[in-house]
Design a protein around this ligand. Sequence first.
Ligand code: FAD
Length: 406
Amino acid sequence: MTRTGLSKGARSTPRRTVLISGAGVAGTALAFWLNRYGYAVTVVEKAGALRGGGYPVDVRGTALEVVRRTGILPRLRDAHIDLRRLAFLEGDGSEVASVDPYAVTGGVAGRDLEVRRGDLTGALHAAVRDDVEFLFNESVDTLDQSGDGVDITFRGGGSRTFGMVFGADGLHSRTRKLLFGPEEQFHRYLGYCFAGFTMRNTFGLSREAVMWNAPGLAAALYAVGDDDEVHALLNFAHPEPPVDAFRNPGAERSLVAAVFADAGWQVPGMLAAMDEADDLFFDGVGQIRVPRWSSGRVALVGDAAYAPSFLTGQGSSLALVGAYMLAASLAGRDHAAGFAAYEHDTRGFVTVNQELVGAGSATLFPTTARALEERNDMLRHLVARPPAEGRPAHSALTLPAFEPLV
Ligand SMILES: Cc1cc2nc3c(=O)[nH]c(=O)nc-3n(C[C@H](O)[C@H](O)[C@H](O)COP(=O)(O)OP(=O)(O)OC[C@H]3O[C@@H](n4cnc5c(N)ncnc54)[C@H](O)[C@@H]3O)c2cc1C
């Protein structure tokens, strides 16, 4: 726990207390902004510590303004991965095309950021940890709104009452389940599954990514720096979600191994590395679409409310913008009016970004031989540089000013 005194200035009234579940991108960003607006913030995170490193995430468009206002833009610029090249390979391992990564992602060179997820959460946490109570190895067990506040019992024992509670606990959010019920109602499966893990960089890759494709299959190696590790991704089309495999590591590994059994290039070595990996992350690719982002005094933010899937590359940016908008919407309003304003002002931005990808239609992961050939033709003719403005969806919201209450 890192708790310090109240924010600047003497106060005659006690600060309003809020609880955030999850210290990921959305949770730490929301903690920062709610603290700036004068709330006494507690964050519970089920992991034992903030995770460092990790896979690369993007910060683009409107989200860049959020990190600038948070004061962490210089630190993130230092952590920028600056990927030099993205190479695409045929099934036999020969090169289709080697392109400027921004030409594929729609990002803007020299402006948009790509950093390891842990570098982003680390910068946000460092900006707020002296003013906010962080409880690691802790999570919400029960949540009761029948009184004047939200009564919480914690898994680790103990109970407290908060004025508001926020679910920033990711795609498989427990807060969302407690509020609205099982995930299946809100999860829009996009027809793919993926396994991500790290492995030794025996390929000599440095700040570059290489992707091998066959119809319905993709294997990628992503070197975020010059070190001896690469991020490996095995993505495959699977029309229905393999529900029996989820959260059963043995079954997940067997499914991936069976799907990629006949694949060439470096895939056999990747499968062997996946067997040894202690950081294997397997999931279906999907979005979260919830009709309402709040109920009573509890609201959702980030992936918990509107995960766009990694196919859009917009998950971290939506989490950052959503956190800023949620805190700003509450300024000078009670929870009901604040949550309504948050949803009214943010949903359009979320929707245009979620719509960047449809089921089974990801450009990077064609599912048929014909679609793959068309994708490869497109890559061969790709203009060297993307337009300087990036995708309109990335900047489709103008942030309100930060107006601290006096
Ligand atoms: C393999 C992969 C690649 C990705 N690539 C990209 C990319 O290129 N670009 C991009 O922008 N985004 C990418 N994303 C998505 C991005 O990571 C998320 O969209 C973004 O981090 C959303 O942030 P969040 O804080 O809402 O959720 P998360 O980052 O998932 O954070 C949720 C936090 O809540 C904690 N938590 C969960 N349950 C509980 C609980 N019950 N109690 C307490 N704490 C809990 C978790 O431990 C975690 O710390 C990728 C995701 C994956 C998995």
